[in-house]
Design a protein around this ligand. Structure first.
Ligand SMILES: NC(=O)c1ccc[n+]([C@@H]2O[C@H](COP(=O)([O-])OP(=O)(O)OC[C@H]3O[C@@H](n4cnc5c(N)ncnc54)[C@H](OP(=O)(O)O)[C@@H]3O)[C@@H](O)[C@H]2O)c1
Length: 189
């Protein structure tokens, strides 16, 4: 982690759960972390509790279903910190409804957060790295067991579809970066 000391990380879904835990670890390692979510107050509380750590946590309000919010998030990061070196696409959710119960609006929202926002954040993060000649950046996409096996659990069937799609776009992006002979890494967990 030493090489990331002082570098800039974006963590989506930073308000609670795994995203908040990732923020703590990265701030402890000395990174300048930008945490994004709709629940910005929770990120601010977390930031306050991390004041004595080596790094910092900056809260930015962002609804990942809104393209303009994502573009604004990257503008804020550029203005405050210059750009993104590490982008952790952690935000993801499910309505926990079977395919027979779910609605098109719910499916679209899940696709927007779990897949489309990941694609746009990754694209803008790579643009930011390239602009600044950063060739050791890292994109990390948080998938799920549900991204690797179709479980007989109706309440996660559409979620599973989004995580399979996430795996597909992650591998696609990895191949695009390899084609460009870039050292920016794309990982999926
Ligand atoms: N927990 C598990 O057992 C588990 C297992 C496998 C994979 N995962 C994956 O791990 C990741 C994190 O899971 P978690 O359990 O920590 O989830 P969580 O506790 O439910 O937190 C989800 C995060 O995503 C954010 N989010 C949801 N919709 C958003 C939107 N429209 N705009 C911006 N942010 C949004 C939430 O922030 P706001 O509501 O404040 O906006 C929250 O910070 C997800 O991708 C999930 O699929 C989790």
């Amino acid at each position: 982690m030493e090489r990331w000391n002082g570098r800039v990380a974006l963590v989506t879904g930073a308000s609670v759960g795994i995203g908040a835990a990732i923020c703590k670890v990265l701030v402890g390692a000395g990174m300048k972390v930008v945490g994004a979510a709709r629940g910005v107050e929770k990120i601010q509380e977390l930031s306050n509790s991390l004041k004595k750590e080596k790094g910092s946590l900056t809260a930015v309000k962002c609804d990942l279903t809104k393209e303009e919010d994502i573009r604004h998030l990257f503008k804020e990061i550029k203005a405050k910190f210059g750009g993104v070196d590490v982008c952790i696409n952690n935000a993801g959710f499910t309505y926990s409804k079977s395919l027979l119960e779910g609605t098109p609006t719910e499916w679209k929202n899940m696709m927007n957060v779990n897949v489309i926002a990941v694609c746009l954040c990754s694209k803008l993060a790579i643009q930011s790295m390239k602009e600044r000649g950063v060739d050791d950046g890292h994109i990390v996409n948080v998938s799920s067991v549900a991204g690797h096996v179709i479980l007989n659990m109706p309440e996660v069937h559409f979620y599973t579809a989004t995580k399979y799609a996430l795996n597909a776009v992650s591998e696609g992006l990895r191949q695009e970066m390899r084609e460009l002979k870039s050292h920016i890494r794309i990982s999926i967990y």
